[in-house]
Design a protein around this ligand. Structure first.
Ligand code: ATP
Length: 307
Protein backbone atom coordinates (compact mmCIF):
# COMPACT_ATOMS: atom_id res chain seq x y z
CA UNK A 1 0.00 0.00 0.00
CA UNK A 2 2.82 2.36 0.88
CA UNK A 3 4.35 1.65 -2.50
CA UNK A 4 1.09 2.69 -4.14
CA UNK A 5 0.52 5.69 -1.89
CA UNK A 6 3.76 7.36 -2.88
CA UNK A 7 3.07 7.42 -6.63
CA UNK A 8 -0.53 8.50 -5.95
CA UNK A 9 0.74 11.27 -3.80
CA UNK A 10 3.16 12.19 -6.51
CA UNK A 11 0.42 12.18 -9.14
CA UNK A 12 -1.63 14.42 -6.86
CA UNK A 13 1.33 16.74 -6.55
CA UNK A 14 1.91 16.80 -10.30
CA UNK A 15 -1.80 17.36 -10.91
CA UNK A 16 -1.84 20.28 -8.50
CA UNK A 17 1.26 21.77 -10.11
CA UNK A 18 -0.28 21.43 -13.57
CA UNK A 19 -3.58 22.92 -12.38
CA UNK A 20 -1.68 25.77 -10.82
CA UNK A 21 0.32 26.20 -14.01
CA UNK A 22 -2.81 26.24 -16.13
CA UNK A 23 -4.52 28.70 -13.85
CA UNK A 24 -1.50 30.93 -14.03
CA UNK A 25 -1.30 30.69 -17.80
CA UNK A 26 -5.01 31.46 -18.08
CA UNK A 27 -4.54 34.39 -15.76
CA UNK A 28 -1.52 35.57 -17.66
CA UNK A 29 -3.54 35.61 -20.87
CA UNK A 30 -6.26 37.53 -19.07
CA UNK A 31 -3.64 39.84 -17.66
CA UNK A 32 -2.23 40.55 -21.06
CA UNK A 33 -5.73 40.42 -22.58
CA UNK A 34 -4.06 38.28 -25.22
CA UNK A 35 -6.12 37.73 -28.29
CA UNK A 36 -4.24 36.16 -31.15
CA UNK A 37 -5.64 38.51 -33.75
CA UNK A 38 -2.37 39.80 -35.14
CA UNK A 39 0.83 38.22 -36.41
CA UNK A 40 4.32 39.61 -36.87
CA UNK A 41 5.23 40.44 -40.46
CA UNK A 42 7.85 38.08 -41.89
CA UNK A 43 11.24 39.50 -40.99
CA UNK A 44 9.72 42.23 -38.75
CA UNK A 45 12.38 44.30 -37.01
CA UNK A 46 12.51 45.12 -33.32
CA UNK A 47 11.07 48.50 -32.34
CA UNK A 48 13.87 50.99 -31.69
CA UNK A 49 12.71 53.53 -29.12
CA UNK A 50 14.55 56.83 -28.91
CA UNK A 51 12.09 59.22 -27.22
CA UNK A 52 8.91 57.17 -27.12
CA UNK A 53 6.69 59.61 -29.05
CA UNK A 54 3.30 58.15 -30.05
CA UNK A 55 1.25 59.24 -33.02
CA UNK A 56 -2.27 58.16 -34.04
CA UNK A 57 -3.08 59.30 -37.59
CA UNK A 58 -6.57 58.97 -39.07
CA UNK A 59 -7.18 55.72 -37.20
CA UNK A 60 -10.29 53.76 -38.15
CA UNK A 61 -11.33 50.61 -36.38
CA UNK A 62 -14.33 48.28 -35.93
CA UNK A 63 -14.55 44.96 -34.08
CA UNK A 64 -17.53 44.20 -36.26
CA UNK A 65 -17.54 45.78 -39.77
CA UNK A 66 -21.17 46.73 -39.31
CA UNK A 67 -20.35 48.90 -36.30
CA UNK A 68 -17.43 51.32 -36.62
CA UNK A 69 -15.91 52.26 -33.25
CA UNK A 70 -13.16 54.72 -34.27
CA UNK A 71 -13.75 56.95 -37.29
CA UNK A 72 -10.58 58.86 -38.09
CA UNK A 73 -8.77 59.55 -34.84
CA UNK A 74 -5.59 61.66 -34.93
CA UNK A 75 -3.56 62.81 -31.96
CA UNK A 76 0.01 62.74 -30.67
CA UNK A 77 1.46 61.90 -27.29
CA UNK A 78 4.79 63.75 -27.38
CA UNK A 79 7.75 62.07 -25.66
CA UNK A 80 7.45 62.22 -21.89
CA UNK A 81 3.99 63.84 -21.96
CA UNK A 82 0.63 62.60 -20.71
CA UNK A 83 -2.51 62.51 -22.81
CA UNK A 84 -5.81 61.56 -21.19
CA UNK A 85 -8.71 60.15 -23.14
CA UNK A 86 -12.19 60.67 -21.71
CA UNK A 87 -15.69 60.20 -23.03
CA UNK A 88 -18.90 58.26 -22.55
CA UNK A 89 -18.82 54.55 -21.79
CA UNK A 90 -18.39 52.54 -24.97
CA UNK A 91 -16.89 55.48 -26.89
CA UNK A 92 -13.80 53.43 -27.79
CA UNK A 93 -11.29 54.72 -25.21
CA UNK A 94 -9.88 51.34 -24.22
CA UNK A 95 -9.90 50.34 -27.87
CA UNK A 96 -7.24 53.01 -28.49
CA UNK A 97 -4.98 51.37 -25.91
CA UNK A 98 -5.61 47.90 -27.37
CA UNK A 99 -4.60 49.15 -30.81
CA UNK A 100 -1.43 50.75 -29.45
CA UNK A 101 -0.52 47.48 -27.70
CA UNK A 102 -1.48 45.78 -30.97
CA UNK A 103 -4.07 43.31 -29.76
CA UNK A 104 -5.80 44.36 -32.98
CA UNK A 105 -4.71 46.12 -36.15
CA UNK A 106 -6.14 49.41 -37.35
CA UNK A 107 -8.26 49.12 -40.48
CA UNK A 108 -7.17 52.47 -41.84
CA UNK A 109 -4.58 55.02 -40.77
CA UNK A 110 -1.46 54.41 -38.69
CA UNK A 111 -0.17 54.22 -35.15
CA UNK A 112 3.52 54.94 -34.82
CA UNK A 113 6.08 55.02 -32.03
CA UNK A 114 9.09 57.18 -32.84
CA UNK A 115 8.01 57.05 -36.48
CA UNK A 116 7.78 53.24 -36.67
CA UNK A 117 4.41 51.72 -37.53
CA UNK A 118 3.42 49.29 -34.77
CA UNK A 119 2.42 46.78 -37.51
CA UNK A 120 5.99 46.70 -38.86
CA UNK A 121 7.78 45.75 -35.63
CA UNK A 122 7.75 42.55 -33.59
CA UNK A 123 4.99 42.33 -30.98
CA UNK A 124 7.55 41.21 -28.44
CA UNK A 125 9.66 44.34 -28.87
CA UNK A 126 6.56 46.55 -28.93
CA UNK A 127 5.19 45.10 -25.69
CA UNK A 128 8.57 45.22 -23.99
CA UNK A 129 8.61 49.02 -24.18
CA UNK A 130 5.01 49.52 -23.05
CA UNK A 131 3.90 49.21 -19.45
CA UNK A 132 0.21 48.43 -19.21
CA UNK A 133 -1.72 49.13 -16.02
CA UNK A 134 -5.09 47.56 -16.82
CA UNK A 135 -8.49 48.37 -15.28
CA UNK A 136 -8.58 45.15 -13.40
CA UNK A 137 -5.31 43.44 -12.66
CA UNK A 138 -5.41 39.67 -12.35
CA UNK A 139 -3.08 38.47 -9.64
CA UNK A 140 -1.23 35.17 -9.73
CA UNK A 141 -1.89 32.64 -6.98
CA UNK A 142 1.45 33.35 -5.42
CA UNK A 143 3.09 35.74 -2.98
CA UNK A 144 2.68 39.47 -3.25
CA UNK A 145 6.45 39.71 -3.87
CA UNK A 146 6.11 37.33 -6.85
CA UNK A 147 3.25 39.40 -8.22
CA UNK A 148 5.28 42.60 -8.06
CA UNK A 149 8.52 40.99 -9.30
CA UNK A 150 6.63 39.80 -12.38
CA UNK A 151 7.41 43.26 -13.81
CA UNK A 152 11.12 42.33 -13.90
CA UNK A 153 11.81 38.76 -12.78
CA UNK A 154 15.48 39.47 -12.01
CA UNK A 155 14.70 42.28 -9.54
CA UNK A 156 16.22 42.04 -6.04
CA UNK A 157 14.14 42.04 -2.84
CA UNK A 158 15.23 45.64 -2.21
CA UNK A 159 14.00 46.69 -5.65
CA UNK A 160 10.66 44.96 -5.09
CA UNK A 161 10.27 46.75 -1.76
CA UNK A 162 11.22 50.11 -3.28
CA UNK A 163 8.71 49.62 -6.12
CA UNK A 164 5.98 48.78 -3.58
CA UNK A 165 6.77 51.94 -1.63
CA UNK A 166 6.77 54.10 -4.76
CA UNK A 167 3.43 52.58 -5.73
CA UNK A 168 2.00 53.45 -2.27
CA UNK A 169 1.28 49.82 -1.44
CA UNK A 170 4.22 49.45 0.99
CA UNK A 171 2.33 50.34 4.21
CA UNK A 172 -0.47 47.91 3.31
CA UNK A 173 2.02 45.05 2.77
CA UNK A 174 3.95 45.84 5.93
CA UNK A 175 0.74 45.45 7.93
CA UNK A 176 0.14 41.93 6.62
CA UNK A 177 1.34 39.27 9.09
CA UNK A 178 3.37 37.61 6.35
CA UNK A 179 4.36 40.83 4.60
CA UNK A 180 5.71 40.32 1.10
CA UNK A 181 5.37 36.54 1.52
CA UNK A 182 1.58 36.78 1.90
CA UNK A 183 -0.25 34.69 -0.69
CA UNK A 184 -2.65 36.63 -2.90
CA UNK A 185 -4.98 35.79 -5.77
CA UNK A 186 -7.99 33.51 -5.88
CA UNK A 187 -6.57 31.11 -3.33
CA UNK A 188 -5.01 33.74 -1.09
CA UNK A 189 -5.72 37.18 0.16
CA UNK A 190 -8.26 39.03 -1.96
CA UNK A 191 -7.13 42.56 -2.66
CA UNK A 192 -9.46 45.46 -3.38
CA UNK A 193 -9.52 47.05 -6.83
CA UNK A 194 -7.40 49.97 -5.61
CA UNK A 195 -4.83 47.64 -3.99
CA UNK A 196 -4.60 45.50 -7.12
CA UNK A 197 -4.09 48.57 -9.23
CA UNK A 198 -1.20 49.62 -6.99
CA UNK A 199 0.36 46.15 -7.34
CA UNK A 200 0.12 46.66 -11.12
CA UNK A 201 1.77 50.06 -10.74
CA UNK A 202 4.57 48.54 -8.63
CA UNK A 203 5.09 45.93 -11.36
CA UNK A 204 5.30 48.67 -13.95
CA UNK A 205 7.75 50.69 -11.86
CA UNK A 206 10.02 47.62 -11.86
CA UNK A 207 9.60 47.10 -15.58
CA UNK A 208 10.43 50.78 -16.10
CA UNK A 209 9.14 51.07 -19.67
CA UNK A 210 9.48 54.28 -21.72
CA UNK A 211 5.77 54.18 -22.61
CA UNK A 212 2.81 53.70 -20.32
CA UNK A 213 -0.83 52.88 -20.83
CA UNK A 214 -3.04 53.42 -17.81
CA UNK A 215 -6.58 52.16 -18.01
CA UNK A 216 -8.24 53.53 -14.90
CA UNK A 217 -10.88 51.52 -13.14
CA UNK A 218 -14.36 52.97 -13.54
CA UNK A 219 -15.31 52.08 -9.98
CA UNK A 220 -15.46 54.93 -7.53
CA UNK A 221 -12.61 55.09 -5.03
CA UNK A 222 -12.64 56.77 -1.67
CA UNK A 223 -10.72 60.04 -1.54
CA UNK A 224 -7.72 58.60 0.29
CA UNK A 225 -7.32 55.65 -2.10
CA UNK A 226 -7.71 57.99 -5.03
CA UNK A 227 -4.95 60.23 -3.64
CA UNK A 228 -2.67 57.25 -3.06
CA UNK A 229 -3.22 55.92 -6.56
CA UNK A 230 -2.65 59.38 -8.00
CA UNK A 231 0.64 59.67 -6.09
CA UNK A 232 1.68 56.24 -7.42
CA UNK A 233 0.74 57.23 -10.95
CA UNK A 234 2.69 60.48 -10.68
CA UNK A 235 5.81 58.45 -9.83
CA UNK A 236 5.36 55.96 -12.63
CA UNK A 237 4.37 58.41 -15.35
CA UNK A 238 7.08 60.99 -14.65
CA UNK A 239 9.15 61.53 -17.83
CA UNK A 240 7.33 58.66 -19.56
CA UNK A 241 5.07 58.98 -22.56
CA UNK A 242 1.71 58.17 -21.03
CA UNK A 243 -1.70 57.44 -22.50
CA UNK A 244 -4.38 57.44 -19.81
CA UNK A 245 -7.86 56.11 -20.31
CA UNK A 246 -9.23 58.35 -17.61
CA UNK A 247 -12.25 58.13 -15.39
CA UNK A 248 -11.05 60.29 -12.55
CA UNK A 249 -10.76 64.04 -12.43
CA UNK A 250 -7.46 63.93 -10.51
CA UNK A 251 -5.66 62.22 -13.40
CA UNK A 252 -7.22 64.38 -16.05
CA UNK A 253 -6.45 67.75 -14.47
CA UNK A 254 -2.71 67.19 -14.68
CA UNK A 255 -2.69 65.79 -18.25
CA UNK A 256 -0.87 67.79 -20.94
CA UNK A 257 -3.78 67.24 -23.30
CA UNK A 258 -7.26 65.78 -22.95
CA UNK A 259 -9.01 64.07 -25.83
CA UNK A 260 -12.79 63.82 -25.55
CA UNK A 261 -14.01 60.87 -27.58
CA UNK A 262 -17.63 60.57 -28.65
CA UNK A 263 -19.33 58.53 -31.36
CA UNK A 264 -15.99 57.47 -32.80
CA UNK A 265 -14.55 60.95 -33.30
CA UNK A 266 -12.68 63.51 -31.21
CA UNK A 267 -15.42 65.84 -30.02
CA UNK A 268 -13.18 68.21 -28.02
CA UNK A 269 -9.52 68.49 -27.13
CA UNK A 270 -7.39 70.75 -24.94
CA UNK A 271 -6.16 71.15 -21.38
CA UNK A 272 -8.51 70.87 -18.41
CA UNK A 273 -8.59 74.69 -18.06
CA UNK A 274 -9.34 75.23 -21.74
CA UNK A 275 -12.10 72.64 -21.85
CA UNK A 276 -13.74 73.85 -18.64
CA UNK A 277 -14.11 77.31 -20.19
CA UNK A 278 -16.50 75.93 -22.76
CA UNK A 279 -19.45 75.91 -20.42
CA UNK A 280 -21.79 74.12 -22.80
CA UNK A 281 -19.04 71.70 -23.83
CA UNK A 282 -19.15 67.97 -23.39
CA UNK A 283 -16.16 67.90 -21.05
CA UNK A 284 -17.42 70.66 -18.77
CA UNK A 285 -20.85 69.07 -18.49
CA UNK A 286 -19.29 65.66 -17.84
CA UNK A 287 -17.39 66.99 -14.85
CA UNK A 288 -20.24 69.06 -13.47
CA UNK A 289 -22.42 65.93 -13.56
CA UNK A 290 -19.70 63.93 -11.86
CA UNK A 291 -19.20 66.62 -9.23
CA UNK A 292 -22.91 66.67 -8.50
CA UNK A 293 -22.90 62.89 -8.11
CA UNK A 294 -19.94 63.03 -5.71
CA UNK A 295 -21.56 65.83 -3.69
CA UNK A 296 -24.83 63.91 -3.49
CA UNK A 297 -22.97 60.83 -2.30
CA UNK A 298 -21.13 62.84 0.34
CA UNK A 299 -24.39 64.37 1.59
CA UNK A 300 -25.91 60.90 1.81
CA UNK A 301 -22.90 59.70 3.78
CA UNK A 302 -23.20 62.62 6.21
CA UNK A 303 -26.92 61.89 6.72
CA UNK A 304 -26.15 58.20 7.35
CA UNK A 305 -23.38 59.07 9.81
CA UNK A 306 -25.57 61.50 11.73
CA UNK A 307 -28.34 58.85 12.10
P1 ATP B 1 -15.68 52.22 -20.86
O1 ATP B 1 -15.51 53.64 -20.44
O2 ATP B 1 -17.04 51.70 -20.50
O3 ATP B 1 -14.57 51.31 -20.43
P2 ATP B 1 -14.63 52.49 -23.60
O4 ATP B 1 -14.84 53.85 -24.16
O5 ATP B 1 -13.28 52.17 -23.11
O6 ATP B 1 -15.74 52.19 -22.49
P3 ATP B 1 -14.25 50.26 -25.41
O7 ATP B 1 -13.91 49.22 -24.41
O8 ATP B 1 -13.14 50.82 -26.23
O9 ATP B 1 -15.07 51.46 -24.73
O10 ATP B 1 -15.36 49.66 -26.36
C1 ATP B 1 -15.92 50.39 -27.45
C2 ATP B 1 -17.06 49.60 -28.05
O11 ATP B 1 -16.56 48.41 -28.66
C3 ATP B 1 -18.11 49.15 -27.04
O12 ATP B 1 -19.38 49.34 -27.60
C4 ATP B 1 -17.84 47.68 -26.85
O13 ATP B 1 -19.02 46.99 -26.60
C5 ATP B 1 -17.21 47.27 -28.17
N1 ATP B 1 -16.21 46.20 -27.97
C6 ATP B 1 -15.19 46.24 -27.10
N2 ATP B 1 -14.43 45.10 -27.19
C7 ATP B 1 -15.03 44.35 -28.13
C8 ATP B 1 -14.74 43.06 -28.69
N3 ATP B 1 -13.69 42.32 -28.28
N4 ATP B 1 -15.57 42.59 -29.63
C9 ATP B 1 -16.64 43.31 -30.06
N5 ATP B 1 -16.97 44.53 -29.59
C10 ATP B 1 -16.18 45.05 -28.63
Amino acid sequence: LIQLAIPLNFIGFVYREIRQGLTDIEQMFDLLEVEQEVQDKPGAAALAVSDGAISFKDVHFAYDPARPILKGISFDVPAGKTVAVVGPSGAGKSTLSRLLYRFYDVQQGTITIDGQDVRDVTQKSLRSVIGMVPQDTVLFNDTIAYNIRYGRPGASDEEVTAAAEAAQIGPFIRHLPEGFKAMVGERGLKLSGGEKQRVAIARTILKSPPILILDEATSALDTRTEQEIQAALDVVSKNRTTLVIAHRLSTVISADEIIVLKDGVIAERGTHGELMQREDGLYASMWSRQREAVQAEERLKQVRESD
